[in-house]
Ligand binder design. Structure first.
Ligand code: SF4
Length: 455
């Protein structure tokens, strides 16, 4: 694994027009960076009190064609999901959204996060006779909500009761066959979720960039622990509270470092601004004499701009990135894997040759990729390579919706900074401090989770 992967992105709309499927498709395209393994859309057909669904493995544009979108019924309410698997296998059955039947209807659920007590809940539901088609925690959530919607006789009460049972990270959108859209963010607010408004209705998305892509103006974030109910393109209930937040837990700070798009604003803080700040703080914490500053594309670029601005060292492009490889980028042998880094990221010899280079990256996980990048810069003639990292050393794995590797595979869990520097072949290596990272994100309105950096 080269970088930690986000588990998913979610999108939902409730409109006063019947274009919910097309708008959800656009929203998913904007969230594609959050998951590339599968995509799906579920839309409500009120006349039938039913929900139609299309989902499959692949990128959004591979799963949906113009025809397949037009084949879905005209709809006021739809939800969508892009998946990266951290629980359950990467199979078609595990692609979301998930449908579940309750006594008088059907609902669909799309979820971002990891439910840490999903196994126990699955066993409880199985004892009640509920059957599962997939192995993912998202299906457990859907079945739990359906179960409580039956016992509570109302969708909202069912959602609330089910969400009170969930442990872990959970930002979700629920569509009911009765044309409701419900948005929920867990009490700790691990994963982002925000609301936008347009003349045609309300949208809910993992990131604000997806709202803007669909023509929605950002309204606000869903608060940690909040349930919001939307009907006919209007918010009809908000501020419904789940249980209290747990001490020391909060929004995943890695959303700012790497996961989210730089044009998104999360809980009051621009992702771009936070990364720029990280670069500035890195320059103060780890200054070095050099000729140029380069960023590792894409998510190291903003921090590189900040490093350059604070240090006065000119910013330069260090690499050309091949943007057309997609997932056809398969490299089964070690020789091919070595070549793959260059195929994806080739150094710009004209800029780096003979130069002392500061190279800014967002994170180091196993250290294998950054080692190859350092070598490629030196092969291209760089006289020195100084690595600066805009997140602290990754020491612990994550249980809240990312696939940060097991601890024995995290290089910072096994080696000191000096040993890592030597192993990757850099001249110097400097990580931002945890205090520095938090300072870079200090305009954010909520508390952070930083558990992969510090226990
Ligand atoms: Fe994010 Fe790390 Fe917390 Fe996981 S442990 S939610 S990656 S900050």
């Amino acid at each position: 694994m080269q970088k930690p992967k986000e588990e998913c992105g979610v999108f939902g709309v409730s409109l006063n027009t019947n274009e919910a499927v097309g708008i959800t498709y656009n929203g998913l395209l904007a969230l594609q960076h959050r998951g590339q393994e599968g995509a799906g859309i579920a839309c409500v057909c009120v006349e039938e009190n039913d929900i139609h669904i299309k989902k499959d493995l692949g990128l959004v544009k591979e799963v949906f064609t113009t025809k397949s979108i037009l084949d879905m019924p005209p709809s006021n309410v739809a939800i969508g999901h892009v998946r990266y698997s951290t629980t359950g296998f990467n199979t078609r059955q595990n692609v979301a959204p998930f449908l579940a039947d309750y006594l008088t209807g059907r609902l669909a659920v799309a979820h971002n996060g990891n439910i840490t007590n999903a196994k126990e809940l699955r066993v409880e539901l199985k004892k009640l006779g509920i059957r599962f088609a997939a192995t993912t925690d998202s299906e457990v959530i859907a079945q739990l909500i359906a179960y409580y919607t039956t016992t509570e006789k109302r969708t909202l009460s069912g959602v609330k009761k089910a969400c009170e049972k969930l442990e872990g990270a959970c930002s979700l959108v629920v569509a009911s066959g009765k044309n409701k859209l419900i948005a929920v963010r867990d009490s700790n607010g691990f994963r982002p979720l925000c609301i936008g408004k347009s003349d045609s209705g309300i949208a809910v998305a993992s990131e604000s960039c997806a709202l803007e892509s669909g023509g929605f103006e950002f309204l606000r974030d869903v608060a940690p622990g909040e349930i919001v109910v939307i009907e006919n393109g209007e918010i009809v209930a908000e501020g419904i509270q789940l249980r209290d937040k747990q001490a020391g837990k909060g929004l995943c700070i890695f959303e700012f470092v790497y996961f989210s798009r730089p044009d998104s604003i999360i809980d009051g803080l621009s992702v771009y601004e936070s990364r720029y700040n990280m670069g500035q703080i890195l320059a103060k914490e780890h200054p070095v004499e050099a000729d140029i500053v380069c960023g590792v594309p894409d998510s190291g670029m903003e921090a590189a701009i900040g490093y350059s601005a604070m240090s006065g060292i000119p910013l330069a492009f260090g690499f050309v990135k091949n943007r057309y490889l997609g997932r056809s980028f398969i490299y089964p042998t070690q020789t091919e894997r070595d070549a793959a880094v260059k195929l994806k990221l080739n150094p710009l010899r004209a800029n780096v040759s003979g130069k002392r280079v500061v190279l800014v990256d967002d994170s180091i996980v196993r250290g294998t990729t950054i080692g190859k990048i350092v070598k490629s810069l030196k092969d291209a003639g760089a006289s020195e390579v100084h690595i600066r990292v805009s997140s602290p050393p990754f020491k612990y794995s994550c249980g809240y919706g990312t696939d940060i590797d097991s601890e024995e595979n995290l290089i910072a869990n096994q080696m000191s900074t000096e040993e890592i520097c030597q192993k990757i072949g850099a001249d110097t290596l400097g990580y931002i401090s945890l205090e520095g990272l938090i300072e870079a994100c200090n305009k954010c309105s909520v508390e952070f989770c930083t558990a992969c950096f510090k226990k």
